[in-house]
Write a protein that binds this ligand. Structure first.
Ligand code: G4P
Length: 530
């Protein structure tokens, strides 16, 4: 953080972040309110309504509607005061951890939403761990304060203990449940009062001067005021004050209390993200890292989504710009193939619509429509051979054999499966022995999602069946060692969609045996995508 050059203003004003939460904590509602204050939508509720009506955005799948989960992630850009916010949506369901992981490689910060009555839930914990791996700065929003919630100290303690991070209150709730009237804004010495009558109204904000300001008593009923003053005294003694540096290195999280549904506390959170949140950060890459202020453009694909609009068979690669000032029509080098690509139709995802991106800066997310050249992990540059690192692919936890309902359609099936593999929706393995494909996913629900998408998007009924294998590991080592190993274990060998060698088995014992018998090769459960 220190000794960095000052960023060009256009880059410095960007805040690229994701929201992490347990399902039902209020991520969707908070996103809507962000967009509302960002002026991107006129009325809250539009995100959901439009999704249902048009099926072109992240809600485009029937399954998603049926199950109420967010199957695919997307990006939304909007302005807030002098800042440009890029919100990258993380899929909420625990089945989609790999997709989520990669999404988090494209952001500089995360907003963690917790339910004030439930505290830190399992999915929040998991996602938090992923953020921790990258030391991502985290801002916390404790939601649903309009309902019965836990004691404020208890919530803060739970976060500190379960997540091993320092917590500093940015605001302090006054009253609980029905008696909740609002918060004291600790950072700006203000009293924020919630309007229960109008959910979309920004709360009333009263500037005060310190906790002994008589204005407090004018607005806060005596019994609530007494308890509040007691608590805030204690908080001052027991809890750390905001240390911006600690926030930026991920060791401290400020917490705001509010109610997304009542539009309460949201604006303060956005202000916090704008004021204390990180500017676009240095991207780790090989052979050298990429700094956002570099004048040459570089970016990387962290997500591919096919058939976003079922009417047009397009495929959109979501690219996080790591450096420079991108302009439409630029020619960029696709580092993996060393080919030039003219980026003539890049899109920006503005709230409810896609728009042509005339320009974009480091920190922004642009969508590049393509025919499959762009894969997850790919780097685009103005010619230099740099590859962004740290985008992993995980060995799937579940394997099934996949067959086309009509055996004559095997070629079509291969095409469909390869497309989903490139999207990162599944791992596809082609065994060297026998026919058919083995498909690997992280959660069982994904088999259903795949089957329904293959049928919907390719008109191809498919069956998933039990496979003789349950585990897959990538084989790494020198070429000769891999060939020798593959020859001796033909029954277990397959290639993945990148052509890399994979060892399939149903026994952990087999994996251990390889470790002993073939010291020249290594079986790994992750592969770096680059
Ligand atoms: P998610 O994306 O994290 O899964 O959560 P979502 O925003 O969908 O919110 C989950 C439920 O919690 C929704 O209720 C939502 O209205 C409610 N909720 C969100 N914020 C608040 C809040 O500040 N206070 C209260 N009391 N409730 C809140 P639902 O009944 O599942 O859906 P809906 O019928 O309201 O859309």
């Amino acid at each position: 953080m220190t000794n960095r050059p000052e960023l060009p203003a256009e880059i410095a004003r960007r805040r690229t972040f994701a929201i992490i939460s347990h399902p039902d904590a209020g991520k969707t509602t908070l996103t809507e309110k962000f967009l509302l204050y960002g002026g991107a939508i006129q009325m809250a509720g539009q995100v959901r309504a439009k999704g249902e009506a048009r099926r072109t955005r992240s809600d485009f799948m029937q399954m998603e509607k049926d199950r109420g989960i967010s199957v695919s992630a997307s990006a939304m850009s909007f302005d807030f005061e002098k800042y440009r916010f890029n919100l990258v949506d993380t899929p909420g369901h625990s089945d989609f951890s790999e997709d989520t992981y990669r999404t988090l490689t494209a952001v500089d910060a995360a907003v963690m939403v917790i339910d004030g009555a439930k505290g830190v839930e399992s999915q929040t914990q998991k996602l938090f761990e992923v953020c921790r791996l990258r030391d991502l700065p985290i801002l916390t929003f404790c939601n649903k304060m309009d309902r019965e919630s836990r004691d404020t100290f208890e919530i803060i303690d739970e976060i500190q203990e379960n997540l091993a991070i320092d917590v500093t209150p940015a605001s302090w709730p006054i009253g609980v449940g029905r008696e909740f009237i609002g918060c004291y804004d600790i950072l700006r010495d203000k009293l924020e009062l919630m309007d229960r009558a109008d959910r979309n109204k920004i709360s009333e904000s009263i500037q005060i001067s310190g906790l002994d300001d008589p204005k407090l008593a004018e607005h806060v009923p005596a019994h609530l005021l007494e308890k509040f003053l007691e608590e805030i005294e204690m908080a001052k003694e027991l809890l750390p004050t905001l240390d911006p540096e600690a926030l930026l290195n991920g060791s401290m999280t400020p917490i705001w209390f509010g109610s997304a549904m009542n539009s309460f506390g949201v604006k303060e959170l956005m202000d916090g993200l704008a004021t204390y949140g990180p500017e676009p950060q240095i991207q780790s890459a090989q052979p050298r890292n990429i700094a956002p202020e570099e004048t040459k453009v570089a970016g990387f694909v962290f997500k591919v989504q096919a058939n976003m609009d079922p009417k047009h068979r397009d495929r959109v690669a979501f690219v996080r710009l790591a450096s420079g000032h991108f302009q439409r029509g630029m020619k960029l080098t696709h580092v993996r193939s060393k080919k030039q690509m003219a980026i003539s139709n890049p899109v920006l995802f503005l709230a409810a619509d896609r728009e042509l991106a005339e320009e974009a800066w480091a920190g922004d997310i642009i969508g590049i429509p393509n025919h499959g050249q762009l894969r997850i992990g790919d780097t685009l540059t103005e010619g230099e051979e740099i590859r962004v690192s740290g985008i992993p692919s995980f060995a799937p936890e579940l394997l099934q054999a996949c067959r086309a309902g009509d055996p004559m359609k095997a070629k079509h099936l291969e095409k469909a499966l390869m497309q989903f593999a490139e999207e990162g929706a599944a791992k596809v393995f082609k065994p060297t022995f026998g026919s058919g494909f083995i498909v690997g996913v992280v959660g069982a629900l994904q088999f259903e999602v795949l089957a329904s998408r293959i049928e919907m998007e390719y008109g191809l009924p498919v069956r998933f069946e039990q496979s003789q294998f349950t585990s897959a590991r990538w084989v790494s080592g020198g070429k000769d060692a891999i060939d020798k190993f593959a020859n001796a274990n033909k029954q277990h060998i397959a290639t993945d969609n990148d052509g890399d060698t994979v060892f399939l088995t149903r026994l952990q014992w087999d994996i251990d045996r390889v470790g002993r018998d073939y010291p020249d090769v290594e079986l790994t459960a992750t592969k770096e995508m680059m």
